[in-house]
Design a protein around this ligand. Structure first.
Ligand code: RUB
Length: 273
């Protein structure tokens, strides 16, 4: 049975579908079907807006929709879907060069693109240990840990607050990105503290992200999620805040792995002009 817009929105908002790339891919596939049936008119625009607003921080879908709005063609949607998947393959190949045999890698949350890099290095026969943070409050890091452990990798699951404790044991930090902006890298909350700890211990901090994550939007919206994800008991006297993302300034970032190459923060800032 075909998924309705409301069902898809629910799966995206609940983080069943998560990660900037997956959100864009599922949304584009839905919109392609809608456009085939009803064209690129009002209904398409309404659905596109709702999907874009479901997780407003991630920029990939927004960038794709800007291109689709100009061209209004099914082939454009197909081209973007191909581009996203091709970019991941390219990123995996390029990024795996950063991982040497016997490396220990620390990662945060669940990024399809960061995982593609780690999996590629593993496929090439490198022995790897991955430290995966649990990623409070929705525990996407457990998804990362299980996915990699099932491949046979040595995976160590840790709580977010243990990154400093283990940083001495690792060689590189590799994280994904929701948006790549002039201010820095937008990624799951907790990425910035991880970058600071990495810098303090002189460990290279790499970000992975395809170029559809370059974010030229004027305003950055940091999604705030429901308090009950953190604590279920509702107390009138207690305020709970649950921002989903933070922005890591460029000074903490060594390189960004894109499908076009492993780029310096300077390269990226020029592309954002
Ligand atoms: C996911 C997250 C990921 C980026 C990149 O947050 O921060 O690192 O989205 O993912 P959430 P990808 O779980 O809240 O969606 O590399 O798959 O695009």
């Amino acid at each position: 049975m075909d998924e309705s817009l409301n069902e898809l929105l629910k799966r995206i908002k609940s983080i069943e579908i998560q990660g900037a790339k997956e959100i864009a891919i599922h949304s584009l596939k839905f919109l392609k079907k809608l456009a085939k049936e009803k064209g690129f008119g009002r209904e398409f625009n309404r659905a596109a807006k709702k999907l874009e607003n479901a997780r407003p921080t991630a920029v990939v879908l927004h960038n794709c929709l800007e291109i689709i709005k100009k061209e209004k063609r099914i082939e454009t949607i197909d081209k973007l879907l191909r581009k996203l998947n091709q970019a991941t393959r390219e990123i995996a190949k390029r990024g795996s060069r950063l991982i040497k045999n016997n490396y220990a890698i620390m990662t945060h949350c669940h990024s399809g693109e960061a995982l593609a890099v780690i999996k590629q290095a593993w496929k090439e026969g490198k022995k790897i240990t991955v430290y995966a943070t649990e990623t409070r409050p929705k525990e996407q890091g457990i998804k990362t840990a299980k996915e990699l452990a099932r491949l046979g990798m040595h995976v160590i699951l840790i709580v977010d607050s243990a990154v400093e404790f283990f940083i001495k044991d690792i060689d590189v930090v590799i994280v994904g990105s929701d948006a790549i902006r002039r201010e820095g890298i937008v990624n799951k909350i907790g990425t910035y503290p991880l970058a600071v700890v990495a810098k303090e211990h002189k460990k290279p901090f790499y970000v992975v992200g395809n170029t559809l994550k370059l974010d030229k939007r004027k305003k950055l919206i940091i999604e705030e999620r429901p308090p009950h994800e953190i604590y279920v008991e509702h107390m009138k006297i207690l305020e709970v805040r649950n921002p989903a993302f933070d922005v890591t300034p460029w000074k903490y970032v060594k390189r960004v792995v894109t499908e076009k190459g492993i780029l310096t923060p300077g390269n990226i800032l020029r592309m954002l002009k």
